[in-house]
Design a protein around this ligand. Structure first.
Ligand SMILES: Cc1cc2nc3c(=O)[nH]c(=O)nc-3n(C[C@H](O)[C@H](O)[C@H](O)COP(=O)(O)O)c2cc1C
Length: 163
């Protein structure tokens, strides 16, 4: 245990200064899609090809994805807010109304994602109240080159180029 005391509200406010992209991690469990929205996705290593993200230990969807042993990372476009809102809700109905197909790796691929990265679960490391998950890339594809969905201080937004 650390003896440094950090105020949780200050921690959230300061770290909330940093915007993120938005991905949906998906897996197929007993023939049904499972998954969660993450802002913590990142590229990690080229050799071997690894990507990572941080699921909260309180997530009920992460253990399902972990059990599947494989997952897809669906990178959200700025026009996919309804999908993000549906999948970030808790409960069984989160994929109702979400368009997806099942890939050759048996993973749900969300329609119109900007890009898709299919992974084998590589490692899960404890990281405080989160897990640090690495996936080994099996297949990747850029579907369309449109603007990404961004998230900042609790709001969805999109990219504005500065000239
Ligand atoms: C933009 C955004 C980013 C999020 N990032 C993360 C994340 O990195 N890790 C995480 O565990 N949950 C994250 N969440 C919360 C989960 O998507 C989701 O709300 C939660 O996992 C739903 O509960 P469940 O996992 O029990 O289904 C994020 C939610 C939103 C809207």
């Amino acid at each position: 245990m650390s003896d440094i005391i950090i105020d949780p509200a200050a921690f959230r406010k300061v770290l909330g200064s940093y915007p993120t992209g938005v991905c949906i991690i998906t897996a197929l469990v007993d023939g049904k899609p499972a998954g969660l929205v993450v802002g913590s996705f990142t590229s990690v290593s080229l050799d071997p090809p690894l990507v990572g993200f941080f699921p909260d230990k309180s997530s009920t969807s992460w253990p399902l994805v972990e059990k599947a042993g494989h997952f897809a990372v669906n990178i959200m476009g700025a026009d996919q807010q309804p999908v993000c809102r549906a999948v970030s809700a808790k409960g069984e109905a989160k994929f109702l109304g979400v368009d997806y197909v099942i890939s050759d790796h048996n993973l749900p691929i969300i329609a119109n994602s900007l890009a898709v990265i299919e992974c084998r679960l590589y490692s899960v490391t404890e990281a405080g109240d989160h897990w640090f998950v690495l996936g080994e890339v099996l297949r990747m594809e850029t579907v369309r080159e449109d603007d990404p969905m961004l998230f900042h201080r609790g709001r969805y937004g999109s990219f504005a180029q500065q000239i």
